[in-house]
Design a protein around this ligand. Structure first.
Ligand code: ARG
Length: 565
């Protein structure tokens, strides 16, 4: 994917300088002030090579270069060579492309034939989906869409935390204190059993031994242990699926840690064979001192395996099955060390693909105290959060637009969308501060604002009532607001590309905020529907292109684009 306007400029410059096209491409900038051109070439880099001051180079280049369409002016300002485009030609190219490509505008083929594995959400069974599993789910889902948009085949994996000593604890707790028929249990009940276990274990330290015994039984495939564990897993998955469905989040595979049980032995012996493992305090470890990291634990002294062992086995398995180009783990920053360790072990095992594994980390989601109603005391249940978002939006719609059709559906799309956008508009390594008034504000930098702008543009188009045409008089779109908006619309595919490069969906959400601000500014300043037929046709085309970009962007973020609200 490349910017054809930039390309013209690059080849023009390459013909008159000693720089390669790639180098020039890297240096070209888009000046913040359009008076300084649509593109600019800073001449600092040539200065050393030519032993001339950059301003002199800029003015010499300005004399040397002759504008060719679509460039209509080249001038030097200080050390910069500024290049101006013919606005009408530019607008025609951009708007025609957007309207003709429609829902596929921004798609690319750079990923064709390549696979990206994305591990996201990955909650622990028998526990409620925590807020960090929500962030992971939303970021992971957006990356899935972003890479998918670029032509990659994406495999979304939910690496359920369904193995480990805690299931020994749960089995002990259920056998001792479980009341109801297991069928009737919810995650909340399972959680209570954990709490009871820990409370009782403080008084009676045999309980921990018992739990370890049960987990060993589970690892050995004991029938009773397996049966209970299967049930815990079913109960949990049912609740998780309900929430994923509300959020519109999809996985290609739910493959939990337990899946790798049969493989960990091979993984461990592979590590041993390469001479990487040693015994320390009766546990089997990979010493990572040379890399300034604590050891990676493979097996505890009781012989059971660990989270890291299963992650290493999972990585080997995924590489063999999917032959990925890249494997992305969307997991909170508190697991940074864990991923550094397993990537290092994979590298030491001689896998050159270890460098294709990336930990995409993120900050916390914090709730403003006192403003969140919770069903069960202090813990905020995700499902409650989503239900509350929808309820609150329902009340706002009831007030703003009581006659709206499909109110329930719109409230759901906007309520859930508000939560998604609040998360994804924050740079991922920053903490999200969640506060209802900010998140649901129709005029803030929020999901409702973007969706509302989309609905408003749709309503203008409905009012217009005729087909949108690209056969317009392009010089009519000559206001600064219009040109500014068109220039921004043109950037959409490059923003998606950058979001993939930096694993940063917030680039897309913040871009959408800019587009909405731009289009709102435009139609507040200039009447779109007027007596002047030619002008109306031109402005409608711009409105339609902006609507299309907002729709495509929302889709990438995993949000709906209501046509009315
Ligand atoms: N279950 C883990 C947790 O809740 C996250 C798993 C992330 N994925 C992985 N392959 N380690 O913290």
């Amino acid at each position: 994917m490349s910017d054809q306007f930039k390309k013209t400029i690059v080849s023009l410059l390459a013909a008159k300088t000693n720089l390669s096209e790639d180098e020039i491409d890297k240096y070209i900038e888009i000046p913040p002030d359009p008076k300084m051109g649509d593109y600019a070439f800073p001449c600092f880099s040539l200065s050393k090579m030519l032993k001339k001051p950059p301003a002199k180079i800029a003015s010499e280049l300005a004399d040397l270069l002759h504008p060719v369409s679509p460039i209509n002016k080249i001038e030097a300002t200080g050390p910069y060579l500024n290049l101006f485009l013919d606005k009408a030609i530019f607008s025609a190219v951009v708007l025609k492309k957007i309207v003709n490509e429609g829902d596929t505008y921004g798609c690319d083929t750079i990923g064709k034939g390549k696979t990206v594995v994305i591990d996201y959400s990955s909650p622990n069974i028998a526990k409620h989906l925590a807020v960090h599993h929500l962030r992971s789910a939303l970021i992971g889902n957006a990356l899935y869409n972003i890479y998918g948009n670029l032509g990659y085949k994406c495999i979304g994996i939910n690496h359920l935390g369904d193995w480990g000593t805690q299931f020994g604890q749960l089995i002990v707790a259920y056998r001792k204190w479980g009341e109801k028929d297991l069928e009737q249990h919810t995650i909340t009940d399972l959680n209570k059993l954990y709490v009871t276990f820990h409370r009782e274990a403080e008084k009676d330290n045999h309980l921990e031994d018992e739990a370890r015994e049960w987990f060993k039984k589970l690892e050995a495939g004991d029938a009773e242990a397996m049966e209970l564990w299967e049930r815990f897993k079913d109960i949990s998955l049912k609740e998780f699926q309900r929430i994923y469905k509300m959020l519109g989040i999809h996985f290609d595979a739910f493959v939990g840690e337990s899946f790798y049980n049969t493989m960990v032995e091979d993984t461990v012996s592979g590590i041993k064979k390469k001479g990487l493992a040693c015994i320390s305090e009766q546990a089997l470890i990979v010493n990572l001192e040379a890399y300034n990291m604590p050891p990676c634990l493979l097996r505890k002294k009781d012989g059971t395996t660990l989270y890291a062992t299963r992650d290493i086995a999972a990585a080997e398995y995924r590489k063999s099955v999917y032959d990925f180009e890249k494997m992305i783990y969307v997991v909170g920053s508190e697991q940074k060390l864990h991923f550094c360790q397993i990537f290092k072990v994979l590298e030491l095992m001689g896998y050159d693909w270890a460098s294709q594994c990336v930990h995409v980390d993120f900050g916390l989601m914090k709730f403003k105290e006192g403003k969140m109603s919770t069903r069960k005391g202090r813990v905020i249940l995700l499902e409650d959060l989503l239900i509350e978002a929808v309820d609150r939006i329902k009340r706002i719609i009831e007030e703003k637009n009581p006659l709206l059709k499909d109110k329930e559906m719109v409230a759901r799309d906007v309520g859930i969308g508000a939560v998604i956008f609040a998360d994804l508009s924050t740079k991922r390594n920053k903490d999200v501060i969640f506060d209802w008034d900010t998140v649901l504000n129709f005029e803030g930098e929020t999901g409702p604002y973007v969706q509302y702008t989309h609905a408003r543009l749709c309503s203008i188009l409905r009012k217009y009532g005729k087909d949108v045409t690209t056969d317009i008089d392009y010089p009519l779109l000559n206001e600064d607001d219009a040109i500014h908006l068109i220039k921004n619309l043109w950037q959409y595919p490059f923003v998606v590309l950058k979001a993939a490069q930096f694993y940063e969906p917030s680039l897309v959400s913040n871009y959408l905020i800019d587009i909405c601000a731009g289009v709102n500014k435009f139609y507040n300043a200039h009447r779109v529907l007027s007596e002047d037929e030619g002008l109306t046709k031109a402005r409608i085309l711009l409105v339609d292109a902006a609507r299309q970009i907002i729709k495509n962007g929302l889709k990438i973020l995993g949000m709906q684009a209501p046509v009315e609200m």
